[in-house]
Ligand binder design. Structure first.
Ligand SMILES: [Fe+2]
Ligand SMILES: [Fe+2]
Length: 160
């Protein structure tokens, strides 16, 4: 887990987390903070074990920790926060000693994390997609009604 720990301590990463916290200070819908990133990482680890997908835990942590950091750049949301997150993550992953082949694999998962075509797919993109969706406690959320998630996507009961 050395390199996952390097991400947590990376100065760019910490700067984006701070920016996100400021941007989302008054956000009523789900926030994108370290707590969300760790929830996603740990749910992804559970899915990894349950499905015997055998994905490297450090790759899971890297993708989960970084998948939404693009939301810190609220003014550059196009084409999507996933693409912006991938763009910002590339330097962080390189600075944290990931190899080029690993970087491309992790960036793909970050880019794909909102793409429902990856639901139930047994690779890093699929596991990140599912963990991200499962991480939200819609059953206890005051914003359940105005939330744009479809009824099918909302977690109306504990699933994992
Ligand atoms: Fe996202
Ligand atoms: Fe997310």
């Amino acid at each position: 887990m050395d390199r996952a720990n390097k991400i947590i301590k990376n100065s760019d990463y910490q700067k984006y987390l701070d920016e996100l916290q400021k941007i989302e200070k008054n956000r009523k819908f789900c926030r994108h903070n370290l707590s969300h990133f760790l929830d996603v990482a740990r749910i992804a680890l559970i899915i990894n074990l349950k499905t015997n997908a055998q994905i490297n835990a450090e790759h899971i942590y890297a993708a989960a920790l970084l998948h939404d950091i693009g939301r810190a750049k609220a003014d550059v949301y196009e084409p999507s926060h996933a693409a912006v997150s991938a763009k910002l993550s590339e330097k962080i992953l390189r600075d944290c000693c990931f190899f080029e082949s690993e970087i491309n694999y992790i960036l793909d998962a970050i880019i794909n994390h909102g793409d429902e075509n990856f639901n139930n797919v047994k690779n890093l993109s699929g596991i990140l997609y599912m963990a991200d969706k499962l991480s939200r406690p819609c059953y206890m959320c005051d914003m359940k009604e105005p939330c744009f998630w479809s009824l099918d996507n909302k977690n109306l009961e504990l699933k994992i």
